[in-house]
Design a protein around this ligand. Structure first.
Ligand code: NI
Length: 180
């Protein structure tokens, strides 16, 4: 397994619409393992493939380090599609691709998600709580969107300098960042 450098705000790969995964190959399994290792090393709870420079519709999530969710199994989510949503929830979010920035974001509370797992088996599941939040955030990455784009214009203005600094590569994190 390997720890992969994480692409940050401004990187082209984070702006692209990622391509569907066609099959689970050994290479893809290795990428999944590397993504988990990279996420754990960075103390993240979710990671999308574009964040490690791979433009595929794949994400991993593990929220079990949070006490309340200790029993929640890690998830590998391939080609996700939100079929429906319910309710609304407001939560603070951060992103490994935007080190140091945390802001409150409102999103649907519950999602009905169609996806394939690491064996390429299809599931349709209702997902609530923090896992729903993480999946929605990571799914945005697959569509070239970042959570800071969801903020109101004032908050975005306040963040402008910080984001510009990240874009220039003028940023530090406790994990490896891809070079600009
Ligand atoms: Ni993110």
């Amino acid at each position: 397994m390997a720890i992969l450098p994480i692409y940050t705000y401004g990187a082209e790969v984070l702006k692209k619409t990622a391509k569907p995964v066609k099959a689970v190959s050994d290479e893809l399994r290795e990428l999944i393992d590397d993504m988990f290792e990279t996420m754990y090393q960075a103390n993240g709870i979710g990671l999308a493939a574009p964040q490690v420079g791979v433009s595929l519709r794949l994400l991993v999530a593990d929220i079990s380090m949070i006490e309340e969710y200790a029993e929640t199994a890690p998830m590998v989510i391939i080609n996700p599609q939100i079929l429906s949503t319910r309710g609304e929830a407001t939560m603070e979010e951060g992103c490994l691709s935007i080190p140091g920035v945390r802001e409150t974001v409102t999103r649907p509370k519950l999602i009905t998600l169609k996806y394939r797992d690491e064996n390429f088996e299809e599931h349709i599941e209702e997902i609530d709580g923090l896992m729903s939040r993480v999946i929605q955030h990571e799914l945005d990455h697959l569509n070239g969107e970042l959570f800071v784009e969801k903020l109101d214009s004032k908050t975005r203005r306040d963040l402008k300098e910080e984001l510009e600094a990240i874009k220039r590569g003028d940023v530090e994190a406790e994990y490896e960042l891809a070079e600009k």
